[in-house]
Write a new protein. Structure first.
Lengths: 107, 366
């Protein structure tokens, strides 16, 4: 039950590459493709009321803006106007696509 | 024969981590009043909450770190607590500046036992030694005064030249309820601005004094009323109460969507009415399918704080105005409330720590 409480120190939208690079407090770095991030949008509109989070493909999703929510989450605003996804730090960390994080994955 | 010094002790204590905050207790500022005289070492560990669920573990770790040190002949570790709070949300001004942690107890729908849970958790936090208050904002059915057996009314007092309302106390907690402003049996039709004003008064005009925790019983549901209410406040987080059925997931999704909209973090989910403890044979019976709320918690990565059973006594004493924790403090359900309150306090410490550290987050584009 005790959470690892990952905390990001920098979130860098690398526009040309179409990725978001997140640097965590413990030095860990993850690069998230925009389509990947959008596909795992946790909001009810994208995910419905299903029991598991699922990947909802939005081809060619382009990121417009990234903002901090309180001091506990990140909000991504997409170019198509979608902005209801609130990614808590825990959730964002759980999505880290790097090989190290993927070794023991349970999504 | 080596001599032990303050610096040596502090170095050794840097090996002791707060298991929830993932940092050593020295850099967290938790080691206080350190005195080293000859071989005698004494200090106080200032926990982030008197309800700290990991006090024993921290104590053991401190002992392990110091007992082997050269020159230490005597070790005295005492514990204190200084609650740290953080608040977030769309509220323009903090209507509750003397309160360190404001917790909204919410449910996606009515009938889950939210008010009983809110009341007993507040009593539990108080029993752990925290300065706690209880605010009943459930405009549809303000039952907190009944559950707590509140006698008496808010009194007008003068504080710093202003008139405020002093909440009556019940079982040593200050309790304020929207019900105090209603005539008995009054059918109230709440309209937007009137409601907003009433709720605003309920918070801003009340003299709470210095509190570590204010537990707020929200109206059940996730509509405009709840959104409006949440938007006025700066809160530490929300606690969702759900029932075990699979449909609990839909309720949690609704509640989470609402709190996302108003940008308030959900600090935990509790499952109420998880099972029935028979007062005849003492056996546990699962009346509803089990685990729905826990599954919902997992899906959203929200901490699951525990399961609360139904017993006939909880309702019986609720009707009589005596929370079960006061009436039967040794019962299984009371111990459950105390544990859940501990975990809630622990989560609020984590939220507070994360909020502090996340202040330096940089968002850039390149």
């Amino acid at each position: 039950m005790i959470m690892a409480s990952p905390i990001p120190v920098e979130i860098n939208h690398r526009k040309e590459k179409g990725v978001v690079r997140v640097t965590w407090e413990d030095g860990h770095v993850g690069e998230y493709g925009c389509e990947y991030l959008r596909g795992y949008c946790p909001c009810a509109l994208c995910q419905g009321h299903g029991a598991k989070i699922k990947f909802v493909e939005v081809p060619d999703a382009k990121l417009a803006e990234i903002s901090a929510v309180g001091n506990y989450a990140i909000q991504f605003t997409w170019q198509d106007g979608h902005n209801t996804g609130i990614y808590t730090f825990d959730y964002l960390k759980s999505l880290c696509p790097c090989p190290e994080c993927n070794r023991s994955k349970d999504r | 024969m080596g001599t032990v010094t303050r610096d040596v002790v502090l170095e050794a204590l840097k090996k002791v981590q707060d298991p929830e905050l993932h940092r050593d207790i020295v850099s967290l500022g938790m080691v206080k009043n350190l005195e080293v005289t000859g071989g005698k070492v004494a200090f106080t560990v200032e926990l982030t909450t008197p309800a700290c669920p990991l006090r024993e573990r921290i104590q053991e770790d401190c002992q392990k770190a110091l007992v082997g040190l050269n020159g230490v002949t005597d070790l005295q570790i005492s514990f204190g607590a200084q609650v740290r709070g953080s608040k977030t949300g769309a509220g323009q001004t903090d209507l509750l500046p003397s309160v360190k942690n404001v917790i909204l107890v919410a449910a996606g729908k009515g009938g889950v036992g939210k008010s009983t849970v809110a009341a007993n958790l507040a009593v539990a936090l108080k029993m752990h030694g925290a300065a706690t208050g209880l605010l009943d904002a459930d405009i549809y059915g303000p039952s907190i005064p009944i559950i707590m057996g509140v006698k008496g009314e808010p009194k007008k007092i003068e504080v710093n030249g202003e008139f405020k309302l002093e909440p009556p106390t019940a079982h040593n907690l200050p309790v304020m309820s929207i019900g105090f402003f209603l005539e008995p049996d009054q059918a109230v039709i709440w309209r937007g601005p009137m409601l907003g004003k009433a709720l605003h008064q309920l918070m801003a005009d009340v003299h709470w004094g210095d509190l570590d925790y204010l537990v707020v019983d929200m109206p059940p549901g996730t509509g405009d009323v709840q959104i409006t209410f949440s938007q006025q406040l700066k809160v530490s987080g929300a606690l969702l109460v759900a029932t075990p059925q699979d449909v609990a997931l839909a309720d949690v999704v609704r509640a989470k969507s609402m709190f996302d909209k108003v940008m308030i973090p959900i600090v935990g989910i509790v499952e109420n009415m998880s099972y029935f403890i028979c007062d005849g044979c003492g056996k546990k019976h699962e009346i509803f399918s089990r685990g729905g709320a826990e599954r919902a918690a997992k899906r959203f990565k929200i901490p699951f704080l525990g399961e609360i059973p139904i017993t006939s006594s909880i309702r019986e004493w609720g009707d009589k105005g005596v929370p079960i924790l006061v009436r039967e403090p040794q019962s299984e359900i009371s111990r459950t409330f105390l544990e859940i309150a501990s975990r809630l306090a622990g989560q609020l410490s984590v939220v507070s720590e994360i909020a502090r550290r996340a202040q330096s987050l940089k968002i850039i584009s390149s």
